[in-house]
Structures are given as C-alpha cells and as structure tokens.
Design a protein around this ligand. Sequence first.
Ligand code: IPM
Ligand code: MG
Length: 353
Amino acid sequence: MKKIAVIPGDGIGPEVIGATLDVLKKVAPGAFEFEEVAMGGNAIDKYGEPLPAESLKICQNADATLLGAVGGPKWDNVPPEIRPERGLLGVRKGLKVFANIRPAKIFAPLASACPLRKDIAEKGIDFIIVRELTGGIYFGKHEAFTTPDGEKAARDVMEYTEHEIRRIAHVGFKMAMNRRKIVTSVDKANILTSSRLWREVVEDVAKEYPEVKLNHLYVDNASMQLIRVPNEFDVIVTENTFGDILSDEASQIVGSIGMIPSASLGDNNRGLYEPIHGSAPDIAGQDKANPIGTILCGAMMLRYSFGMMSEADRIEKAVDDVLKAGLRTPDIFTEGTTLITGSKMRDEIISRL
Ligand code: IPM
Ligand code: MG
C-alpha cells in the first residue's frame, strides 16, 4: 500500500484535491492510504504557522505528497515569515525536491482555447519546463533595511552553487534524451553573474549528452520565442524565478492554467505533486474550478513515484476523452462546447476510467 500525504490547502485546493482522490481510488482501488496534512492558510488559522513540524514529517515519511494550492487574501497581511507561501516553500525544501517538471502540451480537443494564431498552434505544442525549485531568489537572503540616508530599501539575493545547477541540468538532459533531444537553457547571462555560472555549468553537463542539442536563450527572448515558435521547444531548463514566470506563460499558450500538473522530484522517487495554478480565492466554493491540472498530477505521481504506468495512461486518456466529448469547465470553455461544473468534470472523468 502506497502512503500518500495529502495537502488540500486553501481556496480551490480542497475541491481539486477531492476530485483527484476520487479518481485515484477509482483507478487503483485499495492501492493507496491517504493522510491529510495541514499546510498554508488553514494551518495558520489552526496552529499559528503555515507548516507545522508534524505536517512536514508526515510528508517526509510518505511515498509521495499531493498538494492542491495555498494562500488567499485572508492571509495577505500576516507577517511575511508565516505567509502561506512560506509553508509551500518549506515543503519543497523539506522534501528536497529540486526539480520541478511542468509539461506544456496542447490537448488536440483544446486547440481552439489556444490564444495563438492558428498557423502557429497547428504546428503542435509539446514542451516541458524543468524549473529549479529549491534555490535562487526564493531561498536567498530576503532583507528589508534602511539606507544610511534613512531611505527604505530591500533586497533579495539570487544565489546558485555549482552542484545545484549541475543536478537540475542533468534532469533536463535526461528528459530530453527520452524526447526530441533539444534542451533550451534559459538565463540572463548578459546581466547576472549567477546566470553566467548557470550557463558555464550547463555547457559542461551537455558534454555528457552529445546527442542532445543545447541552445541558450536570455529569459526575455525566451518569453517572446515561446509565443512566436512554441513548436521549436522540447525541454526548457531554467532557474526558479524564470521557471515560475515562463510556466504561467506556457499555461496560457496551451489553453488554461487549470490544465497543467507538475511533479517535483529530488534524488529519490518520493515526489511532490502540485498543479501549477494557485488557490483562486475568487472562484473557491463555487464548483467552478477545473480539477484537471490536479488530476493529471495524480497521473504523474503514479508514473514517476510508483511506476504505475498503465493506471497513469488510463487517467490521461479519460481526461482526453472528456475533452473530446466537448465538456468544459469555465476556464476552458469556448463557443460550441458544453459548460460544466468542476464536480461534473470529476464525475465525467471517473465514468470514463
Ligand atoms: C507556483 C506558484 C508558487 C511559486 C507561489 C504560490 C509561491 O506561483 O508554484 O508557480 O511561486 O512557486
Ligand atoms: Mg507560479
């Protein structure tokens, strides 16, 4: 029996997680044991901190962790060190999951939800963002201070060590070996010293993968090329903040941020799985949230952590079938399709498993 730590979180988190657990129970009855964990705003309310030690321990002892989303306006004014997002970063760091895999693939039935020109979308979009997840500005020193002139100032440090870059580069090249063998490393080496080290180390790692073609792009150019020629991308490897920003851009290219799952992996199989969307407090509790991103996280978990390939395939196929049937939550609705609620989306996916 696989032990799964479940963090429903805040906002739409519990809705999309509930749908995903139902899907997992259907696809492999009796295969999993779920333990619910408090993290995020709900943990602040209950325990006064976003990530109680006990919560992290449960995740560390589980075979995998499934996470909905955390945060919301209710906690916007809590001190920065106990913000819900701190809890999220604590889980990522505490599980040592340095490689965040964010696939951006256009589902054929959703082609009309792609905002790009038809001739661009038709060339197909299928790339993966490999985002470094436990370094960079997110985990560098954060400081608010006063200058000698008495002016308010603040700084956030972007710092990378060679081994942090090396291990994430390996993840990217290995992924590319199983795909179209193109790696695009995204940095800002024309400005940032940390990016120059990034580029140097990525080039060194590339020597171990002679079959893979390596390109470098500055992040501003990358954001442009993703819209201009998305079909030319295969695997993008980039640091934490750039990956955060580019993956939101990628989500719109493929239709909706509600569709994209992610897997965060470390040196072992105990991954952390979370959709790339946030807690969407504006639609929470209204049964409007698209559960597909999280349900696809469930499929990634089966594949990467548990080696349950056929079950993962079945989930992905059921999602594809529902989309082919023209069923759409509000975020992916276009004219001529059928608008349904989030729970109906769950039911329709389950009935096709
Ligand atoms: C994401 C999110 C998080 C991040 C937030 C909620 C802290 O935007 O997973 O992309 O910045 O990593
Ligand atoms: Mg983000």
